[in-house]
Write a protein that binds this ligand. Structure first.
Ligand code: CO8
Length: 257
């Protein structure tokens, strides 16, 4: 499939999507989100792709949903229009998703990064939910995921005042997992993605599922889900290969079965 609002490529088991609307600071238009979801579905179907990297450019990961596109929309247009389903579709991706964020990650941009499993930020990254400045509130999970990531007080501060936080603040609060110099962002995020891509794909998906369960369930139920998924790895060839390789002092080769 050919894309206009994103650039797509696959390298060493990593499917990469780069937003390509620099003139609008990568505002997440309906077309961009539709293309993103299509690319993610292609990566899902491609067994060569074991980890997915989503990025923008140095200036902007994404400055939000496209305000100009939404400004005349009514509530019913938003409710029935299917835009929210595109965000849900990103959350439904079972392969690991890494967001490599430089520059602005605002509104829907911050929300999209938070849907990803890991956020790697450059020193210039800024995160914010500035919808309050335009008379709105987050609508793609921001009030929920930001609160879970950084806690109530900072989430309230950001959502109610429109305050932006820096990459270092995002690191200190656990919103991102690493901060690297801007010129190293893609290389570092790719290095992490490639490290993940050589693991057992089935174990990766089970681990992701178990961690995401922690946001949905009380502790005891989450631990039960984890136990079931952990036991399930014992049914895979990859787990046998991993344990054998350890005892034979060699590197494992995982086939995804
Ligand atoms: N939508 C559309 N266009 C945008 C957006 C956006 N979110 N952000 C920037 N642009 C455009 C600007 O209009 C401008 O275009 P033009 O040159 O044609 O005027 C171009 O990008 C460059 O922007 P600026 O000149 O403003 O660049 P600055 O460096 O001066 O400022 C900022 C950068 C601070 C990021 C500024 O552009 C800004 O405040 N942008 C809007 C940020 C924002 O409010 N984001 C939240 C949007 S709402 C949202 O995301 C809700 C998601 C909920 C989805 C619900 C359905 C699931």
């Amino acid at each position: 499939m050919s894309y206009k609002a994103i650039l797509v490529n696959v390298e060493a088991g990593v499917g990469c999507v780069q937003f390509n609307r620099p003139e609008a600071l990568n505002a997440l238009s309906r077309q961009l989100m539709t293309e993103l979801v299509a690319a993610l579905r292609e990566f899902t179907a491609d067994s060569e792709v074991r980890c997915i990297l989503i990025t923008g450019n140095d200036k902007a990961f994404a400055a939000g949903a496209d305000i100009k596109e939404m400004m005349e929309a009514g509530a019913v247009d938003m409710y029935l229009g299917g835009f929210s389903a595109l965000w849900d579709a990103v959350y439904e991706v079972k392969k690991p998703l890494i967001a490599a964020v430089s520059g602005y990650a605002f509104g829907g941009g911050c929300e999209l990064a938070m849907i990803c499993d890991i956020i790697v930020a450059s020193e210039t990254a800024q995160f914010g939910q500035p919808e309050i400045n335009i008379g709105g509130i987050p609508g793609a999970g921001g009030t929920q995921r930001l609160t879970r990531a950084v806690g109530k007080s900072l989430a309230m501060d950001m959502v109610l005042s429109g305050r932006r936080i820096t990459a270092q603040e995002a690191l200190a609060t656990g919103l991102v997992s690493r901060v690297v110099p801007v010129e190293a962002l893609l290389a570092e995020a790719m290095k992490l993605a490639k490290e993940i891509a050589v693991k057992s794909p089935v174990a990766l998906q089970l681990a992701k599922e178990a961690i995401l369960e922690s946001f949905e369930s009380p502790l005891s139920a989450g631990v039960r889900v984890e136990r079931t998924l952990s036991h399930l790895t014992f049914a895979t060839d990859d787990q046998k290969e991993g344990m054998r390789a350890f005892s034979e002092k060699r590197k494992p080769f995982f086939k995804g079965k």
